[in-house]
Design a protein around this ligand. Structure first.
Ligand code: CA
Length: 229
């Protein structure tokens, strides 16, 4: 059974391009022209993923995304014509799982959709409330992290990365796998992004970030969060 994608987009040519790209990749697609209609279709048809345009009439895409999150944990990919980094970051912090900058290629769109769906399937099969790794506690539903019983704040991507490492604690996780699981695609992300996020995680988790004892680099293989016992 193919997955159902809801595309919320006011511009007809873009909507048609989305439908064509996704149907040719084997997905079923339903559409909405604005946020109101989009929310109605979300509730009545329960899609597996939502593609959400940022610049919409009536309700802005950011607010539509926030409203979606009140009803559902469905993965959301934001479509944005705005290149400003701030908008992207705000989109992700408002609960979107990924974003695509317009104009996009059909192949890129299908690849992102596939990656986000795969990631959400993978994670939904593991619904632990708490992942305990030594004195580190990750709470996926609340998106909270505690270290020595103290709450530590992480950005959405840092959290996703830590959560994936914690679910695989004690195992080496390859760089490509992290890129694919956390960023959704290894084709369109600069691999240095991962290095930077690993450094940020270490600054929050390690006593001495320059000589990590918790989040180890396994040379030539990847990273490992040590279990601590
Ligand atoms: Ca638009």
């Amino acid at each position: 059974m193919s997955e159902l994608i809801l595309a919320i987009e006011d511009e007809e040519p873009v909507r048609d391009a989305i439908v064509a790209a996704l149907e040719s990749s084997g997905y079923q697609v339903i559409t909405a022209e604005d946020g109101e209609e989009g929310l109605e279709r979300l509730i009545s048809e329960r899609p597996d993923l939502v593609l959400l345009d940022l610049m919409l009439p009536k309700i802005h895409g950011m607010d539509v995304c926030a409203a979606i999150r009140e009803h559902s944990e469905v993965p959301v990919i934001m479509l944005t014509g705005l290149a400003a980094e701030d908008d992207r970051v705000e989109g992700l912090t408002r609960g979107a799982d990924d974003y695509i900058t317009k104009p996009f290629r059909a192949r890129e769109l299908a690849a992102r959709v596939r990656a986000v769906l795969r990631r959400s399937r993978h994670w939904s099969s593991d619904d632990r409330e708490e992942i305990v790794v030594g004195d580190l506690v990750v709470r996926p539903a609340a998106r909270e992290v505690y270290l020595h019983d103290e709450r530590v704040d992480f950005t959405p991507k840092e959290f996703d990365l830590l959560e994936y490492l914690a679910r695989n604690a004690g195992r080496i996780v390859a760089r490509d796998r992290l890129l694919e699981r956390v960023w959704g695609s290894d084709e369109y992300i600069d691999a240095r992004t991962l290095d930077v996020h690993i450094r940020w995680l270490r600054e929050k988790l390690e006593v001495d970030p320059s000589s990590p004892e918790r989040l180890l680099t396994i040379r030539g293989q990847g990273y490992m969060l040590v279990t601590g016992d």
